[in-house]
Design a protein. Structure first.
Length: 268
């Protein structure tokens, strides 16, 4: 029984890694979509740690610091590790909002593989915003905060998949997750996210609460405008959570570490 549970957990982790990253893990024919949702915050935490390591190491190379380039490397690493999947969803969502019309028209626009002006503008704004936020976090020595942000952004996706029906009758990339999810998967999603946020003190916990409030807002809007969730809308939620929190955390500069007590370890 224990061996079977262990194998299923590893199978679900492999599905989460293959879905959210380019990290090879097992065979794609062995997917466990519903159970994989409990691993989403964990995968986000791993991605955050990778980006933190890139920025931290680059800033300690034996030449004058160049935080703008380090921020660009972090952003490029995120795009590469995630295949740009969430950015693609963001662009499709922006085109659907810009195109207007009723629900079915918006869904049809999102399914179109071409990218319009609204999608391009959304990509420019989000990428520019991330680059500026990463640079500010690097300069202030607070880049460790990318870890809870990336954990939260993936947790929000899991919460939305568990809370909303799939918007398209014909199916899509996100439908297997929606149709196979079990309510019990909420517990590990909340548990992992809370554990990561607790490591960052009161502000980390506040960040977690804000993340779930943002998820509730996305849930309401997506159900009203689109009738449910799609893969593109999940990518949009991920990018919006990341950008919002990265920018907010960048504002206090070095003062941010005071709220964790970790300034002795992470200050550049």
């Amino acid at each position: 029984m224990i061996g079977s549970t262990h194998k299923r957990a590893l199978k679900a982790l492999g599905t989460a890694l293959r879905t959210l990253t380019i990290i090879p893990c097992g065979r794609s024919g062995e997917d466990d979509f519903g159970s994989s949702l409990m691993w989403f915050p964990f995968v986000g935490t791993v991605l955050g740690l990778i980006l933190y390591a890139i920025g931290w190491m680059w800033m300690r190379l034996p030449f004058p610091p160049w935080p703008a380039l380090a921020a660009l490397l972090m952003m490029g690493a995120e795009i590469w590790l995630t295949r740009g999947l969430h950015l693609d969803g963001l662009a499709d969502w922006a085109d659907s909002i810009g195109g207007g019309g009723e629900r079915l028209r918006r869904l049809a626009i999102m399914k179109d593989t071409s990218v319009g002006a609204f999608g391009i503008l959304a990509l420019i704004l989000v990428l520019l915003g991330k680059w500026i936020a990463f640079e500010r976090l690097l300069c202030s020595g607070t880049v460790i905060w990318v870890v809870p942000v990336f954990c939260l952004s993936r947790a929000v996706m899991a919460v939305l998949l568990m809370a909303l029906p799939y918007a398209r009758a014909e199916g899509g990339m996100g439908k297997p997750f929606v149709t196979t999810v079990a309510p019990i998967r909420r517990t590990p999603v909340y548990g992992v996210t809370l554990a990561v946020c607790l490591l960052f003190g009161p502000l980390g916990v506040s960040l977690g609460i804000a993340g779930y409030l943002q998820a509730a807002l996305f849930k309401t809007r997506m159900k009203h405008v689109f009738g449910g969730i799609t893969g593109d809308l999940l990518g949009t939620a991920n990018e919006m959570v990341e950008l919002t929190f990265l920018v907010l955390l960048a504002v206090p500069g070095k003062g941010l570490l005071v709220y964790t007590g970790w300034n002795w370890l992470f200050t550049c």
